[in-house]
Write a protein that binds this ligand. Sequence first.
Ligand code: ZN
Length: 235
Amino acid sequence: MITVLTGAGISTESGIPDYRGAAGLWRADPDYQKLVTIDYYLADPDIRRRSWEFRRASPAWSAEPNPAHLALAASQQTGEVDRLITQNVDGLHQKAGSGEVLELHGNMFGVVCVGCAARSTLREALDRIDAGEADPACLECGGILKTTTVMFGEALDHDIVTEAVRAARQSEVFVAVGTSLQVQPAASLAAMAAGAGARLVIVNADPTPYDDLAAEVIRDPIGVAVPRLLAELTT
Ligand code: ZN
């Protein structure tokens, strides 16, 4: 079976910058880290207000899937790619038509109450802000709302990580696309797959710590490389 792991690099060709990259927002805005760190977020209504506006300004609202997302979705629909794991929160795999996506870091378009776990959407929260609420609270219990992304200081979803580990261990081919493989657990998924005997293929513009473990390393632009690679793997 083929398992694919994707990171920020697959979405840069769709116009979504890699926030960890050299020109990323982390360096542009010293407060960015606070906006995505759970302790600051829960403690400070002003951080929450700015965090909502940060999500509102995200290029993900209007971004379209590129040929790499589309090729992956097509290969998933035919069953040639068995499991798709992503570090991205932009929803572009789903927009491309992918079925099940294991979102390690959650999804920015969902909203959850930290008090009662009630679910709603980012659109609803922004609409309430537009209607005059500075920091919309849970309509069920009055608790603090946040997006369904995994913030710094929060644990990853245990079930999703378990499923991703299982997919990595069972895969015959493990393809890492557009990820620097420097953030856990994504990095160890590639190592686990290779350790369990999978053929590891890395598609990334820059070197990763796992290039030496890979059977193949591809530096070509992802929108070209991924459709070509999938065609090779599935024929
Ligand atoms: Zn609630």
